[in-house]
Design a protein around this ligand. Structure first.
Ligand code: HEC
Length: 105
């Protein structure tokens, strides 16, 4: 249990996104591309976050925002093992850091 406590503290300190997502998503450019495509399709913060949440829970080629060529080449990711709370925090932080509103202002 000590390690769980440590992980909680670590994720509060470095942020849920760093802890749960960055191990696979080290490529800044790709994170911008994902956010860009979600924004084009879903527009509002609420709809973007909801769509991401649902995708992470159950990734399918049919609900991916990436082109079929990308999915055929790389496959879809595995469903998340995070709790709903941790996943929401990570997505909130991802949105906060990468959303496009700064570009539009
Ligand atoms: C185990 C590795 C791994 C982890 C951890 C991971 N991802 Fe991913 N993610 C991938 C891969 C591989 C893809 C590309 C395939 C795909 O789109 O399903 C992807 C795709 C995505 C996409 C594009 C989805 C789409 O519509 O195709 C988003 C957004 C995303 N990840 C966000 C996150 C967030 C937020 C986290 C942390 C909660 C996270 N990922 C954690 C491997 C990972």
């Amino acid at each position: 249990m000590r390690s769980v406590g440590f992980l909680v503290i670590l994720s509060l300190w470095v942020g849920a996104f760093e802890t749960h997502c960055k191990s696979c998503h080290g490529m800044e450019r790709q994170l911008h591309i994902f956010m860009h495509r979600y924004t084009l399709k879903y527009s509002s913060k609420e709809r973007i976050q909801k769509a991401m949440f649902e995708y992470m829970k159950n990734p399918q080629a049919s609900n991916s925002i990436m082109p079929l060529g990308f999915i055929t080449r790389w496959g879809v990711k595995k469903p998340t093992t995070l709790s709903d709370k941790a996943l929401k925090e990570a997505i909130e932080e991802y949105y906060h850091r990468y959303n496009l509103s700064k570009v539009w202002q």
